[in-house]
Ligand binder design. Structure first.
Ligand SMILES: NC(=O)c1ccc[n+]([C@@H]2O[C@H](COP(=O)([O-])OP(=O)(O)OC[C@H]3O[C@@H](n4cnc5c(N)ncnc54)[C@H](O)[C@@H]3O)[C@@H](O)[C@H]2O)c1
Ligand SMILES: [Fe+2]
Length: 414
């Protein structure tokens, strides 16, 4: 199949990146009206940057209401409650200011202010029937890419796993990515959100190439395609080169800037391609171990890609080049292995656990985790590996003890 047989990108109307770009919050709001609901992480609501944003909006004649009740993990009741509280204010536009949690909350409030609840009516892909309120997304972590993606993730006590609401209608109209807003993020937040962005890029780049005739309605996530690959590879290069420095030296402006740009590109890439097994496996692992999303996807990535070192060899060889570990004279399989080793080194160097056992996952839980991961069909199907319990269990067993070698291809004696 030609690498140009499929190319899809869906984006906000405006993407504004750069130091100081937060000055464009007010003119962006004024494009959509004069009543703005600001959805802000409670910690960030106390910062000088947020205060300036509020003062500037008010000075421009914008009526604002601020909502800072971002409940961790976004339980569905908290989203429905927040939307109800905002209804009487009747905003023209919703501004999300914060990490992925605040941005996802802003997306779902913008949805529920236009379409009737319950939120569960919109779980899954393409269930949102039409446009939501105009959204402006201002991320303060270099991580999720939610400012450009068509998805928001919530937890529902009725379900064992977090669920996604995925629809192109959830793509914000404006993304304002100002790296200066991430400068205050502590090392743990920088590491977890940063490695998640890296996983987005690697999984978008190594997702399956789909050949199906999609028909009239495109799925939200279509797998590896020409445009997502372009964005993903650049994101891998940028994040691979800057994440260690951003974690070790929080004041390193160059590293912070490259991380924000890399996370933005990674979001654009996985916004059409989707992610795959590190994400499918993180859902139950996160629920069982109560660990952050990025920690789980980061711990799993070296094991997932080790198992895929043959099925994704051409893509991994290109990742080796992007990470600067490709050496001339090596064949494709050796380059692919060098990429997986470099991924594992990055995860290690930023202080993530090197095995699932360290976050309390046990061998007894393997069967159940595999079963639940397989139930996230969209992610399971997006991998080049077989979507079967054996493959998932093999990856999990290796990850529990940190034994990547057990996943390496067996050399057949001549
Ligand atoms: N919609 C998407 O495309 C998408 C993609 C991946 C993950 N997610 C979701 O996003 C969430 C994770 O988002 P996240 O990693 O950005 O973290 P987060 O939004 O959950 O924030 C984590 C912590 O970091 C703090 N924080 C954020 N920015 C800060 C800053 N500049 N300075 C100091 N502290 C700061 C917050 O106060 C919070 O305590 C998860 O719920 C995950 O499911 C969504
Ligand atoms: Fe993620």
């Amino acid at each position: 199949m030609s690498e140009y047989s499929l190319a899809i990108v869906r984006l906000p109307d405006f993407v504004h990146f750069g130091a100081g770009s937060r000055a464009s919050i007010t003119p962006s709001v004024l494009r959509y009206g004069r009543r703005a609901l600001l959805v802000c992480d409670p910690f960030l609501a106390t910062t000088a940057e947020f205060e300036v944003a509020v003062t500037t909006l008010v000075a421009a004649g914008v009526q604002i209401e601020t909502l800072t009740d971002v409940v961790p993990e976004l339980p569905v009741w908290s989203i429905e409650q927040a939307a109800e509280a905002a209804r009487s204010f009747a905003p023209d536009v919703v501004v999300g200011f914060g990490g992925g949690s605040a941005l996802d909350l802003a997306k779902l409030i913008a949805l529920l202010l236009v379409h009737p609840g319950p939120l569960s009516a919109y779980y899954g892909e393409n269930a949102v029937p039409g446009p939501v309120l105009p959204l402006i997304a201002v991320p303060t972590t270099a991580g999720t890419g939610s400012e450009v993606t068509p998805v928001a993730v919530v937890s529902d006590p009725e379900r064992e796993l977090k669920v996604g609401v995925s629809s192109p209608y959830l793509i914000p109209r404006v993304a304002i990515v100002d790296p200066e807003l991430t400068f205050g993020a502590p090392a743990g937040v920088t590491a977890y959100s940063g490695i998640d962005a890296f996983v987005h890029a690697v999984e978008a780049f190594t997702s399956a190439q789909r050949t199906a005739d999609f028909g009239a309605e495109l799925p939200v996530f279509v797998g590896n395609n020409a445009l997502s690959s372009l964005l993903a590879l650049e994101a891998i290069r940028l994040i691979g080169g800057s994440l260690r420095r951003a974690v070790a030296e929080p004041g390193n402006i160059a590293a912070r800037t490259e991380m924000s740009y890399g996370a933005l590109l990674a979001g654009m890439a996985f916004g059409s391609a989707g992610t795959h097994l590190s994400h499918a496996l993180q859902y139950p692992i996160g629920a069982l171990s109560k660990t952050p999303h990025g920690l789980g996807t980061g711990v799993m990535l070296p094991f997932v890609m080790q198992r895929a070192v043959v099925s994704s060899a051409p893509e991994l060889a290109r990742i080796a080049a992007a990470l600067g570990v490709a050496e001339s004279g090596r064949d494709e399989a050796e380059q692919a292995q060098a990429a997986v080793d470099a991924i594992a080194a990055l995860v290690h160097d930023i202080g993530l656990p090197s095995r699932l056992g360290e976050i309390g996952i046990t061998h007894e839980q393997v069967g159940r985790i595999a079963e639940l991961s397989l139930s996230v069909k969209r992610l399971a199907a997006n991998s080049t590996l077989p979507a079967d319990p054996e493959t998932f269990e093999q990856i999990l067993v290796a990850a529990i003890s940190g034994d990547r070698d057990s996943l390496k291809p067996k050399v057949v004696p001549k």
